[in-house]
Design a protein around this ligand. Structure first.
Ligand SMILES: [Zn+2]
Length: 448
């Protein structure tokens, strides 16, 4: 049985010295103490999931950071629709492989793909309807990153049943069609692959369709995940107030069976009452700090949410950032800038790095609905190795993790294992050259 050892490991109960971890077929089978032939210097962390992704959006990362590249979310969205026009299954697979590779190098060992780009360019479904979803699965498998793929539902261009416009026709999918694809895909589920649903938002999914989707999913698999975008932009909240007389988060908590298998993405603009109610629902808040910063969405107010027991994880969403450590740094820094205080999220462990990492691992695992996010028997052997920066060498490993997140350590994820395989060694994915070359060829074909 394969095993590995290290200097330290971060278990759910805290740090343990000289951990010896056994694993079989990608799953942790034992945790003890000792030294294995496969010994790594440094500390083992559980790999964390990126709980929100639109893989194709990596293809135009870095191309909208100029005055003509979109002055707000809505003009950026036009650029995103142009990128969506350019991708096909044979280019999406290498894009997803490259994304998975870079996320692994950044310390993410699972990906949750919120998959709404499902039709051909003219809006008709592919002859083999899940062709685009299967391209994402293929890419994730090439990279070796665990995947939860959520079939999108997208029917209207705005509240009130507005028709789809332009590029949105590629997203058109009914609850029936999404549930049929999910039902078909489930035959391929395994330890590294799970499926669920993603009704896009209340803008894109009428109330009756959301009910149909939630009921349909519960009938197939009551524990399967369901994710929606909610309250990312103030304009969306205003439009929802006009259409439904209430805000998106309040409407969902009131009218939909929101619970532990749900993940509401962004939730940037909430009232205090909504924050408390979302926390009590046991759903996960899917925060995407770098993308939300890039798009100028606003700041999610953490202290009241976390204080009420709220669960959260982080996603890389548009993939302008691909580094788990950087996402957590920005999450904490946004709170500091807002509250004009330090160590806002230090929480019960007393170390901001550990509190953030463990919360994102556990909330991300809940949102991914896969056995990940902890170094525990029965979980996937997904782990990240960090080494101490020179400034904190000789100090306890909580400082190693704080420094990896907050002290600008270059490529903090030294080695990364997913599903029992060492996929990143010395900061580089083992198939980096081939995956990058295929990605560059795909971008040239897409001409984005
Ligand atoms: Zn999104």
């Amino acid at each position: 049985m394969p095993s590995l050892s290290a200097d330290w490991a971060l278990l759910e109960t805290g740090w343990v010295a000289r951990p010896l971890i056994s694993h079989e077929r990608g799953t942790i089978t034992g945790i003890g103490a000792g030294r294995a032939a496969d010994h790594v210097a440094g500390a083992l962390l559980p790999g964390i999931p990126s709980l929100h992704s639109h893989a194709f959006q990596r293809s135009f990362a870095g191309r909208t950071e100029f005055a003509g590249g979109g002055g707000d979310f809505w003009s950026w969205r036009e650029a995103m629709y142009r990128a969506a026009e350019a991708v096909e299954p044979d280019t999406l697979a290498p894009v997803a492989a490259y994304l998975g590779m870079r996320l692994l190098e950044g310390g993410f060992t699972s990906l949750v793909e919120f998959h709404y780009l499902q039709n051909q360019r003219d809006g008709t479904p592919y002859a083999h309807r899940p062709a685009m979803a299967e391209a994402v699965v293929e890419g994730a498998e090439q990279a070796g990153i665990g995947l939860t793929l959520l079939f999108g539902i997208y029917q209207t261009g705005d509240f009130g049943g507005a028709p789809l416009q332009g590029g949105q026709v590629r997203f058109r999918t009914s609850p029936d069609a999404a549930l049929a694809m999910l039902q078909h895909a489930r035959a391929g589920e395994g330890e590294a692959l799970r499926f669920g649903l993603a009704p896009h938002s209340l803008r894109a999914v009428p109330a009756a369709s959301l009910t149909e989707a939630a009921n349909g999913l519960a009938a197939i698999d009551a524990s399967a995940p369901i994710h929606l975008h909610a309250a990312e932009q103030r304009a969306e909240v205003t439009a929802c107030l006009a259409a439904y007389g209430t805000s998106p988060v309040a409407w969902l908590l009131d009218r939909a069976p929101v619970g532990p298998s749900w993940c509401l993405i962004h939730c940037t603009h909430m009232t205090d009452a909504e924050r408390g109610a979302l926390a009590r629902s046991n759903a996960v808040a899917g925060l995407c700090p770098t993308t939300e910063g890039n798009l100028g969405d606003g700041i999610f107010t953490m202290p009241a949410f976390v204080g009420a027991g709220g669960r959260f994880g982080v996603g890389t969403d548009s993939h302008v950032g691909l580094d788990a450590f950087a996402e957590l740094r920005l999450l904490e820094y946004s709170q500091r800038l807002h509250a004009r205080k330090r160590n806002v999220l230090a929480g019960q462990t007393g170390h901001t790095g550990r509190t953030l990492w463990q919360a994102a691992a556990s909330g991300g695992a809940q949102a991914a609905a896969r056995p990940v996010g902890a170094l525990r028997v029965g979980c996937r052997a997904d782990l990240v190795v960090i080494e101490p920066a020179p400034e904190v060498a000789g100090m306890k490993p909580d400082f190693w993790l704080d420094a990896a997140i907050f002290a600008a350590s270059p490529a903090p994820a030294r080695h990364v294992m997913a599903g029992g395989q060492w996929l990143v060694r010395d900061g580089r994915h083992v198939r980096r050259r081939a995956i990058t070359a295929a990605y560059e060829r795909a971008l040239a074909r897409m001409k984005v």
